[in-house]
Design a binder for this molecule. Structure first.
Ligand code: AHZ
Length: 320
C-alpha cells in the first residue's frame, strides 16, 4: 500500500499508477497511453505555417463553391434547426444541406435547461428523438430529463456535423433572402444573402460591404424568437411582401405553446419553411420557456415539410 502524499490529495481518486510523477522525480515516468511513448523524446510531426493556412482555406473555399447552389439552407443552428438537419441529412444523403449560423458557437439557446440550470426537460413523446440520437434520460412519467442540455446539444451537433452532405458556416449571418416573383405576382424565396456576422453587425457604422449569396429551392428558417438576430426571416418576409404581418410571440404557456409550434411548422412563404420559436413570431403563439420537446419535434416536422415541397420548388428554381 503506497502512503498518500500531497500529490495524491491534489489528484483525488485518479489511479496512482496513472499519475505522471512531476512532483516525484525519483519515481519512474508513467504515461497513460503507449501511443505517445516517452514525453522526454516526444515531438509533433513538422509543419509549416502556410500549410495550416492552406489546409483551412482550400477546404473552406471549396465548400463555398460547392454550397453556392445548395438543396436546402437551414438558417440558425439552434435545437430546432439542428434537429431538422439531422433528419434531413440522414434520410436524404444526396441533398446538399448548408447551415448558416450567426454565432461562432452553434447550439442557440440549448446549452442550458433554463436560467442557469443544467437539466433539460422534454415532454413525451419527444423521448423518441432522444432514443434515435442514443441520448440517455430519466423517465419521469409524462416527461423525461436529460442530465445536461449540453449533452443533448453536443450529441446532436456531433451527429449532424458528421454527415458528409452537411456544411456548417458559422460566424456567418443571413442578412437577406433571395426572392423571385411568379406570374401571379406571388413572392417565392429562392436562396439567402450572407455576410460575416461581424460585418452584418456593423452596417450602420462602417462603409458598405456587399454580401455573398447561396441559391437553394428551399430555405428552412429557425432563427428563434425576436432578438438582435432572432425571427430574421419572419421579419424579412413581412418587409418583402411575402407575409402580411407578424403575430408577435405571446406570454408563456407550456401546454399551449409546444403543441402550437409543432403543429404550425410549415411552409410560410413559397420556398420558406419556418420552425422552432421563430414561428411564435409569425403566428402569435405562446412561448414555452425551458421545455424542449417542441424544438426537437418542430425540427422533425420541418424536415418532413422540406422534403414534401422540395421537388416542386426545385423545378421552379431550376431556370430562375
Ligand atoms: O444565433 C442564432 C441561434 O443560434 C441563429 N440566428 C438568428 N438569426 C440568424 C441569422 N443568420 C444566421 N440572421 C441566425 N443565424 O439562430 C439560432 C436560433 O436558435 P434558438 O435556440 O434561439 O432557436 P430555436 O427556435 O431552435 O430554440 C428556441 C428555444 C427557446 S424557447 C424559449 C422561450 O419560450 O422563451 N426561448 C428559447 C431560446
Amino acid at each position: 500500500m503506497i502512503p498518500p502524499t500531497i500529490v495524491d490529495k491534489a489528484l483525488g481518486s485518479f489511479p496512482r499508477e496513472l499519475q505522471t510523477n512531476q512532483f516525484n522525480l525519483s519515481a519512474p515516468q508513467q504515461t497513460t497511453d503507449v501511443k505517445f511513448g516517452d514525453w522526454e523524446t516526444f515531438k509533433f510531426a513538422p509543419i509549416r505555417e502556410s500549410t495550416v493556412s492552406r489546409a483551412m482555406t482550400r477546404r473552406y473555399f471549396a465548400d463555398l463553391d460547392k454550397y453556392a447552389e445548395s438543396d436546402v439552407v437551414i438558417v440558425g443552428a439552434g435545437s430546432s434547426g439542428l434537429s431538422a438537419a439531422y433528419v434531413l441529412a440522414k434520410n436524404r444523403p444526396e441533398l446538399k444541406i448548408a447551415i448558416i449560423e450567426a454565432s461562432v458557437s452553434p447550439g442557440g439557446g440549448c446549452w442550458l435547461g433554463g436560467q442557469l440550470f443544467s437539466a433539460m426537460v422534454l415532454r413525451k413523446p419527444a423521448q423518441y428523438f432522444l432514443d434515435e440520437l442514443e441520448i440517455e434520460y430519466e423517465d419521469e412519467g409524462d416527461y423525461v430529463v436529460v442530465k445536461h442540455a449540453a449533452l443533448f446539444m453536443s450529441t446532436l451537433l456531433a451527429k449532424v456535423l458528421a454527415f458528409p452532405n452537411v456544411k456548417l458556416f458559422n460566424a456567418t449571418c443571413v442578412e437577406d433572402l433571395i426572392t423571385r416573383k411568379d406570374e401571379s405576382g406571388q413572392i417565392r424565396v429562392a436562396g439567402v444573402v450572407t455576410n460575416w456576422t461581424l460585418v452584418t453587425m456593423h452596417h450602420d457604422d462602417h462603409s458598405c460591404m456587399d454580401p455573398n449569396t447561396i441559391n437553394a429551392p428551399v430555405i428552412l428558417s429557425t432563427t428563434g424568437h425576436d432578438g438582435p438576430f432572432g425571427a430574421f426571416s419572419a421579419k424579412r418576409a413581412v418587409a418583402i411582401g411575402g407575409l402580411e404581418k407578424l403575430g408577435g410571440m405571446r406570454g408563456l404557456d407550456m401546454n399551449v405553446a409546444e403543441d402550437h409550434i409543432v403543429k404550425g411548422t410549415r411552409e410560410v412563404v413559397p420556398g420558406l419553411v419556418i420552425g422552432g420559436m421563430e414561428l411564435s413570431e409569425v403566428d402569435g403563439s405562446n412561448r414555452m420557456g425551458p421545455t424542449f420537446g417542441a424544438m426537437a419535434l418542430s425540427g422533425v416536422k420541418a424536415a418532413e415539410t422540406v422534403l414534401n415541397i422540395y421537388e416542386a420548388r426545385r423545378k421552379q428554381n431550376e431556370y430562375n
